[in-house]
Design a protein. Structure first.
Length: 177
């Protein structure tokens, strides 16, 4: 059984190291493997919690899933039409969705979204996210959750070992409430 809790800036530090480790395991191995320094991950996550929050999923005391949301202005790379049409007042940006590799395929992504939607402020009329175009499982999860494609960008990343640059196409997806 997975227990979900909402974590904000006030109680983030209690989970910060577990969340950093889950973030690094998610993005430095497997399909979306890239070079990320541990310190950079800590700074990035801390910045997300300055104005955002997370829904964390636990199996017993082990952190196995996370959805981190923040105002869309956090994402400085989003296309202009998204900046112009979706303000911080009525939109949230899902910056990260993380699921421990040992717990994938068990419905945790769906559970994170259900818990997230149950905690949405009534002033929120749109939720925006972006996902790597090659992460077909995540793209399908988002589509099944009611998100539609609304733009894309290209980001340069570094391979985990060689630190050779490569390009990722990130698809923006939007859901209206």
């Amino acid at each position: 059984m997975i227990n979900y809790i909402k974590v904000t800036k006030t109680n983030y530090q209690d989970q910060s190291l577990k969340l950093r480790d889950l973030y690094l395991d998610t993005f430095t191995k497997g399909l979306s493997a890239q070079h990320i320094e541990s310190e950079d991950a800590e700074v990035y996550l801390q910045q997300l919690f300055e104005r955002g929050y997370a829904i964390l999923g636990f199996s017993e005391k082990q952190l196995v899933a996370a959805l981190i949301a923040t105002p869309p202005s956090f994402d400085q790379e989003r296309p202009d039409h998204l900046k112009d049409n979706y303000s911080d007042a009525e939109t949230l940006y899902i910056a990260e969705v993380l699921v421990d590799k040992e717990f994938r395929g068990r419905g945790l992504g769906k559970g994170l979204f259900e818990e997230f939607e149950a905690t949405l402020n009534p002033d929120i009329t749109h939720v925006l996210l972006r996902v790597w175009s090659k992460n077909e499982i995540a793209v399908q999860l988002y589509k099944n959750s009611g998100f539609n494609e609304c733009g894309s960008i290209f980001q340069e990343k570094l391979k985990p070992i060689s630190k050779e640059p490569f390009e990722m196409e990130k698809i923006y997806m939007l859901k209206s409430y």
